[in-house]
Ligand binder design. Sequence first.
Ligand SMILES: [Zn+2]
Ligand SMILES: [Zn+2]
Length: 347
Amino acid sequence: MSDQTLRCPACATDLAPNLLTCPKCRRLVHSERLKALADTATQAASPVDALVAWREAFELLPPGTRQYDTIQAKITELGKVVDTLPSPPPSSTAEKANGAGVGRAAGLGAIGLILWKFKAILLLSFTKWKVLLLGLTKASTFTSMMLSFGVYWTMFGWPLALGLVISIYIHEMGHVVTLMRYGVKATAPMFIPGLGAVIRLRQSLGDPRQDARCGLAGPVWGLGAALGSYLLNLATGLPIFLAIANLGAFINLFNLLPFGSLDGGRAFQSMSTNQRWLAVLGLSAIMSMCEGKETSGLLTLLMIGGVFTAVTGKAPKTGDRPGFIAYLVLVTVLTLMLEHLTPMPQA
Ligand SMILES: [Zn+2]
Ligand SMILES: [Zn+2]
């Protein structure tokens, strides 16, 4: 890096390290790299690989240039292509296994087929688990997770602390898997005791719709974890699973606050002004059904945030409808969970 960064290849002007354009001759500092990245992107085998290359190029272009706008459009376009893909790689291998199995099971009759389906489901859940364990190989994630576990242990006792840490982890992996799907470079999740966990993006997403999908994926997976814990409570009768489901639902609803870089804030960024007002209206309807003080308090905060974003925020002309719907569905289901699952008295 040190041998050629400081001089413009065209006019030999000395360049400050972060400049993207030469101040004297206006040449793009990274034009060689940009050309290579464009080649990589156009020859990429999958839309995700193309996205990875375009995103790197996007970082090397100054905003306001024609190339910047062109690449931003490509990122948006490819994001839509990725959305139409059936599923990320891990589950597609499971599908393949499933498809191959149907022929083999044909001679076995109905029971054989059911057994085979059962095996396919087991296989599918196993591959999902493999994705889930992905983040744990990072030392920073594992260490900060253990530290958080210790802090929560002193607050809630170990069973609830363990459930809480796993719930947060699943929420974060929702973000990670979606970011990977859109070819975005990000850090592994880092736990912050008492505050949940964060993932730092190494690149801007360049598209509010994709940013909203990545943001909402956390609460979607988090809701899945809370529902799973609720099912475990139904199956075992152990009250601890109800407490985990309840706390998980609360944390995920909190993350849907439409402020800044919170998951809800990212979802609101992709909504049009009309959608933002409709979301506020929806939130007030959900709140009118609430009886619990904590839930309606949190929903009031969500509404205040929604009004604030609708009044002050810069909104895209055409809003992201699936994101808007997903946001309201998430808030509704999480609120219903909080309202109807009475937590056990904490030990
Ligand atoms: Zn120059
Ligand atoms: Zn999140």
